[in-house]
Design a protein around this ligand. Structure first.
Ligand code: PLP
Length: 378
């Protein structure tokens, strides 16, 4: 085995995390919804101008809550891209609903808003859209379609914390938004997530679902004198220990974003001449999207070439990776009746995409070593 000089990802450390964890532990409350949960949600709600935000144990669990709030069930259909992480689709498949896949755009790799309407039937209830790489989907068009057909929009903004579409933060545009604080994301606490509830009418039931189906949140606020079982629910709170770590990251959100922008722009500057020679395609960011520089990818000219570059880079001690295997051709996708060839752009991108390391602690020397190696390999 080669000893990796540059790993693909390293969880970042912003400075105050251990201090805050110590405070949380010494405060005597380490379960959910304590002081650090409050600090995190207040910071996020204020910065993103969001109605209500709830921290959850993961982005995956946050995606499940809207499926419960909307009472999705087996006759229902939900529109989603096939080019996404399993969590965006499992969220409603767990309730028995069927995924109706739609292909992606060739530029942003987001769901193609012009192909959504053809996928709508009388059973369609919602659209789960993923903002890939922290670059927004075309929300004006998607909102218009949703209004016309009375559908709910759930934004999977796991990649998109602190990114914007026009002047709105991702996650605050649809009915619900989801963030992930997994260690591979821009701001992290190991495992963690958040749900943005943009319509006040869903807030009360979200509190109940999140507290195992009880009105314990109201009880803790002193609004009722006992709490009891009201609804379906599960355990969707984030421990204070993790919220303390997360606060150490969120308070440095702008510095972290600046750092990531520098890495992203370094790659763009160092690799543009190769792009103009047609060796690969660099990411596209539309004018009206403000990204958060979540990830950096190249689109090579073939699967064979992508795999060759990945292998050669690994020999040089640099780990580059690809994703996503299309959901529609996966064993689970096939069980829903999908076949290879149905979403050609998703299939093509999945074969040709290569991600370069992009994390907060990547050094200038490492970046130079990555682009120099790439130039040699290509
Ligand atoms: C990371 C990710 C998730 C899930 O987040 P977890 O916090 O790991 O559960 C969901 N959707 C997308 C697009 C992701 O990248």
């Amino acid at each position: 085995m080669f000893k990796l000089k540059i790993p693909f990802n390293k969880p970042s450390f912003a400075g105050n995390e251990l201090k805050y964890i110590k405070q949380a532990v010494l405060s005597g409350k380490i379960s959910g919804d304590g002081m650090f949960n409050k600090k995190c949600t207040q910071l996020l709600e204020k910065k993103f101008k969001a109605n209500s935000i709830f921290l959850t144990p993961s982005g995956t669990s946050a995606l499940e809550i809207p499926a419960l709030l909307l009472n999705l069930r087996s006759e229902d259909e939900v529109i989603a891209p096939s080019f996404t992480f399993t969590s965006s689709v499992n969220a409603f498949v767990l309730r028995g609903a069927k995924p109706i896949f739609v292909d992606i755009r060739t530029d942003t790799l987001n769901i193609d808003e012009n192909k959504i309407e053809a996928a709508i039937t009388t059973r369609t209830k919602a659209i789960y859209c993923t903002h890939y790489a922290g670059v927004s989907c075309e929300m004006d068009k998607i909102l218009k379609i949703a209004r016309k057909h009375k559908l709910f929009i759930i934004e999977d903004a796991a990649h998109g914390v602190n990114a914007k579409y026009k002047n709105q933060y991702l996650g605050t545009i649809g009915d619900f938004g989801v963030y992930s604080f997994h260690e591979t994301k821009n701001f992290n606490c190991g495992e963690g997530g958040a749900l943005v509830v943009n319509k006040p009418k869903f807030v009360e039931r979200t509190e109940i679902i999140r507290e195992k189906g009880t009105n314990r949140s109201q009880f803790f606020r002193g609004e009722v004198d006992k709490y009891t079982w009201y609804d379906v629910g599960s355990s969707y709170l984030l421990s204070e220990v993790l919220a303390a770590y997360l606060y150490g990251q969120l308070e440095k959100m702008e510095q972290i974003t600046v750092k990531r922008r520098k890495i992203y722009n370094f790659y763009i500057d160092a690799l543009s001449n190769l792009e103009s020679r047609g060796v690969f395609k660099l990411p596209t960011i539309p004018e009206h999207c403000t990204p958060n520089y979540h990830l950096f990818y190249l689109l090579l000219n073939s699967q064979k070439e992508r795999n060759r570059v990945m292998d050669e880079m690994k020999k040089k001690g640099i780990l580059t990776v690809f994703h996503y295997l299309p959901l529609h051709t996966s064993p689970m996708g096939r069980r829903f009746g999908y076949k290879k060839g149905q979403f050609p752009i998703t299939e093509m991108v999945s074969e040709r995409l290569l991600r370069l390391p992009l994390y907060n602690s990547l050094t200038r020397n490492q970046m130079e070593s990555i682009t120099k190696s790439l130039r040699k390999v290509l």
